[in-house]
Design a protein around this ligand. Structure first.
Ligand code: NAD
Length: 269
């Protein structure tokens, strides 16, 4: 999408250094927004991400490296972000996965996943929603998962965090539903709930399946898809970015409190 309908807007994307978050940040940049990203990664990868945002057309681009397991670090980052400018669009995309049964799940994994996937989103929304309401336009786009709608074995903290994110998003939608107008675009909060998207997050799961098929990566991916995603196609990160961009448009002012599956009919079953 090249139309610069976000000229003059500012966006903040957690998880913006990789995968889905980076693709969304690039889409927002191409639409003309100033884009701040948060995420981990080495200096070269982060430099390349920022460069890609400028190249895509961002009015300006910045990175903050706060670790989202650390509430004080998030608070400091949000203070600097607010000094940088007024944020109109928040995409909570940072996420962590760790698979294992409930009985084997290390407590510190549970704490980390809940902190990154859920509590950090609460903190960004709490800080940034009020000024969106004052200006009559704002977008919260939370990247949940099909695992915010249905469960799978071996993913207790991930599923719990994503169900929590879906609930948190609905509350925000209700609390801010009357802010703004159709002309200003209103304030909305929605979740996107992807099925399988080929990114580093699922690489260990792909590798585990590939190992069952003589290290044939394509066969491993096909096996993973055949289990739950009826389309048998992975989504691309750009697919998720395109939907995120649509949610930022003024015409999306009444799409609010939704959990939108992008899952090849996984949750239709
Ligand atoms: P990814 O691994 O490419 O990106 C994860 C991002 O989160 C990175 O930018 C990383 O730096 C950031 N992050 C992780 N831990 C962090 C921490 N402690 N502090 C700050 N940042 C941290 O993965 P992805 O697939 O692009 O995942 C993005 C989101 O999409 C996640 O919330 C994930 O749960 C969700 N999702 C992914 C899939 C999929 O199949 N890939 C499916 C459904 C939902």
């Amino acid at each position: 999408m090249t139309e610069r309908f976000l000229d003059g807007r500012q966006a903040f994307v957690t998880g913006g250094t990789s995968g889905i978050g980076l693709a969304i940040a690039q889409g927002l940049a191409a639409a003309g927004a100033r884009v701040a990203i948060n995420g981990l990664g080495d200096a070269d990868a982060i430099g390349a991400a920022i460069e890609s945002l400028r190249h895509a057309g961002a009015a300006d681009a910045r990175h903050w490296g706060a670790d989202l397991r650390d509430a004080a670090a998030i608070e400091a980052m949000l203070a600097e972000l607010q000094a940088w400018g007024r944020t109109d669009i928040v995409v909570n995309c940072a996420g962590m996965q760790f698979t294992g049964s409930i009985e084997s799940m290390p407590r510190e994994r549970w704490d980390a996943i809940l902190a990154i996937n859920l509590s950090a989103a609460f903190q960004t929304m709490q800080a940034l929603l009020p000024s969106m309401a004052q200006r009559g336009y704002g977008r919260i786009i939370n990247i949940a998962s099909v695992h915010g709608l249905v469960a799978s074995v071996q993913k207790a903290p991930y599923v719990a965090s994503k169900f929590g994110l879906v609930g948190l998003t609905k509350v925000a939608a209700l609390e801010y539903a009357s802010a703004g107008s159709r002309d200003s675009g209103g304030v909305t909060a929605n979740c996107i709930c992807p099925g399988w998207v080929e990114t580093p997050l699922i690489e260990s799961q792909i590798q585990a399946r590939a190992a069952q098929h003589g290290n044939d990566r394509a066969a491993g991916i096909a096996d993973l898809l055949s289990e739950k995603q009826p389309s048998r196609r992975m989504s691309s990160t750009d697919d998720i970015a395109a939907l995120s961009l649509f949610l930022c448009r003024r015409e999306a002012h009444n799409i609010n409190g939704a959990s939108l599956p992008v899952d090849g009919a996984w949750t239709a079953q």
